[in-house]
Design a binder for this molecule. Structure first.
Ligand SMILES: NC(=O)c1ccc[n+]([C@@H]2O[C@H](COP(=O)([O-])OP(=O)(O)OC[C@H]3O[C@@H](n4cnc5c(N)ncnc54)[C@H](OP(=O)(O)O)[C@@H]3O)[C@@H](O)[C@H]2O)c1
Length: 331
């Protein structure tokens, strides 16, 4: 396997993660789908075969992706194990790809950030954690204590950088301040962000993150398949989707109607680029705000991974970025 961090062809596209020394491809691979059906969050996806997961990881690496997003809660460690097993079987040397992992805070105190890190590293089978994120803002400890624990992990060399997910604007600023006092930059905030879900553009998280030098990582950038247009083309297929996903994303005939015009514009732009609506969606996310936003599309198949990663090859024009912005911003 080629060394993704040293690849001449791809490294030109890498962008800096916040104010850290970590450089990432605009797209990372989301690996919630690697949960093997285990636990509360595993219920959202059918288990994937190990060959499929290895194929998805290989496709991502071959397409110039140099990082992977996983979490403790994705199958209670299954995603971390499946990801690292795939990397091992592809002979990827630990340290030659970037891993973003997450601590699960619900019904836990911040001390568990320290107590559980060895378990996370064990599940990753020798692959170090580059970015360690708090998965949700709802632990049983104060934010200040959470930041203290994250900083301790950086100081001890257990993780290289730290980030948040799903925090509000006020807590984003507070977390940034607390870490700065300890000399550590807050690298990123991971938020639900797609052309059909632009809350962070409206509630100012985007602007605050930019002002603070914190990267935004867009989760569910395809709105779990909605932005491919495949549900619009075949509305009955909603009935075959996993019920947890239907509930979380509000897939319904009304939702399809509401987003139809966006899909029409995406299809029109896609045709011009010999691309798909999904590829245009991901390209827009990683280009509209300059280099501030990374996207981490998940894939249930090798073909999906191949198609999603290829969106890094698309360059949208200013007019196209504006037209897509216009039709999506009121949704
Ligand atoms: N921090 C957080 O709170 C948080 C929350 C959610 C997710 N995440 C992260 O973000 C990643 C991405 O989010 P996500 O997986 O929820 O949503 P997503 O990336 O928007 O959607 C992924 C799903 O969409 C479908 N899909 C993807 N590419 C496709 C293509 N090219 N053509 C047709 N269908 C395609 C597949 O579903 P089918 O199985 O139906 O084909 C795939 O499993 C996750 O893997 C995870 O790492 C983080």
């Amino acid at each position: 396997m080629s060394d993704p961090l040293k690849s001449e062809t791809h490294s030109n596209n890498f962008r800096r993660l916040g104010e850290t020394e970590i450089h990432l491809s605009p797209i990372g691979l989301g690996t919630w789908q690697f949960s093997s059906g285990v636990g509360n969050l595993g219920k959202f996806w059918d288990p994937l075969k190990s060959d499929t997961m290895t194929g998805i990881v290989k496709t991502a690496l071959n397409s110039g992706v140099n990082w992977f997003d996983t979490a403790e809660s994705y199958g209670d460690g299954a995603s971390e194990r499946n990801l690292s097993t795939s990397l091992k079987s592809l002979d990827v040397t630990p340290g030659n790809v970037i891993i973003a992992d997450k601590w699960w805070p619900k019904q836990r105190k911040a001390s568990s950030i320290i107590e559980t890190i060895e378990e996370r590293l064990k599940c990753l089978q020798g692959y170090p954690i580059d970015l360690y994120q708090i998965h949700w803002p709802e632990s049983e400890s104060w934010l200040r204590t959470e930041m203290k624990m994250l900083a301790q992990l950086v100081d001890e060399g257990k993780v290289k950088a730290v980030g948040l997910c799903n925090y509000n604007r006020r807590d984003l600023k507070r977390a940034h301040r607390q870490l700065r006092k300890r000399g550590i930059p807050l690298a990123s905030i991971q938020m639900r962000y797609s052309l059909a879900h632009r809350d962070i553009d409206r509630n100012n998280i985007m602007n605050v993150a930019k002002d603070l030098g914190v990267s935004v990582i867009a989760w569910s950038p395809l709105e779990q398949g909605l932005l491919t247009g495949r549900l619009h083309d075949n509305p009955e297929s909603i009935n075959n989707l996993n019920k947890h996903r239907v509930e979380m994303f509000g897939f319904s005939p009304q939702r399809l109607k509401q987003t139809q015009e966006l899909i029409n514009v995406l299809k029109k732009v896609a045709e011009r680029h010999h691309a798909t609506p999904a590829q245009i969606s991901v390209a827009w996310l990683t280009q509209f705000h300059g280099e501030s936003v990374f996207a981490i599309p998940g894939a249930s198949s090798i073909e999906q991974a191949e198609s999603n990663c290829a969106s890094m090859l698309i360059k949208l024009t200013t007019d196209e970025l504006g037209e897509i912005d216009e039709v999506s911003k009121s949704l």
